[in-house]
Structures are given as C-alpha cells and as structure tokens.
Design a protein around this ligand. Structure first.
Ligand code: FES
Length: 110
C-alpha cells in the first residue's frame, strides 16, 4: 500500500482496530483500540474539528498498540487509551501534532 496518492490530502488519523482472540499474539483490539477509536470518533465530532479517523486492520505494530498514525506522512501515535481521548482531541484541536507524537511515541525496541 502506498500513501503517495494522498500527499495532497489534508491529514487524517489511521487507527488499527484489529482484534486477535487469545493471548498468543498481541493486537490493538486486545488492548482496547476498538473502544478508544469509537470514543475518539465521537469526541472529534463533538469538538467539531475537521479530522477523519480511518479504522483499519493491522498496521504492523501489534506489540505496541493501540496503533495510530497521522497520514499521509505523519508520525505514529502509539498506546492511546480511551482515557487519553480528551487529551488527543485537545491536541488535534490545537494543531499540536508534534505534541501528540511526543505524548504517545513509538516505544523503543532496545
Ligand atoms: S494489531 Fe494493530 S498494528 Fe497489528
């Protein structure tokens, strides 16, 4: 999949809602991404901000989810829980995408 066709699009959030039953393989859905994404979509609508959330099934970062990314070319936003949604929406509303990435970084693999 390529995002190049969307380079001129306004930014949006892609969010993983993949759920794997059982405990052998981690998944974003297994750590609450479905509930978080539903809450995020509602909060964005209530805030009246112009952000779209695209729900997808797996972004290859299953161990560190819930996984989101600002597209077309933005950073990953990792580990957001439902309780973090007001903070995320506040940062989106303020246009503070760097702050969002700093608050919810990709964990180090070291
Ligand atoms: S299950 Fe969410 S990134 Fe793979």
């Amino acid at each position: 999949m390529t995002d190049t066709k969307n380079e001129n699009s306004k930014p949006w959030l892609r969010a993983c809602i993949n759920f794997r039953a059982g405990k052998q393989l981690p998944s974003c859905g297994g750590v609450g991404s479905r509930e978080m994404v539903a809450s995020l979509i509602n909060a964005i609508e209530e805030a009246g901000i112009d952000w779209r959330v695209e729900a997808v099934h797996c972004m290859g970062q299953c161990h560190a989810g819930p996984t989101m990314r600002i597209l077309p070319n933005g950073p990953y936003i990792m580990g957001v829980r439902e309780s973090n949604v007001p903070d995320v929406v506040q940062k989106l509303k303020a246009g503070d995408l760097n702050g969002l990435a700093v608050a919810y970084p990709m964990p180090s693999r070291n």
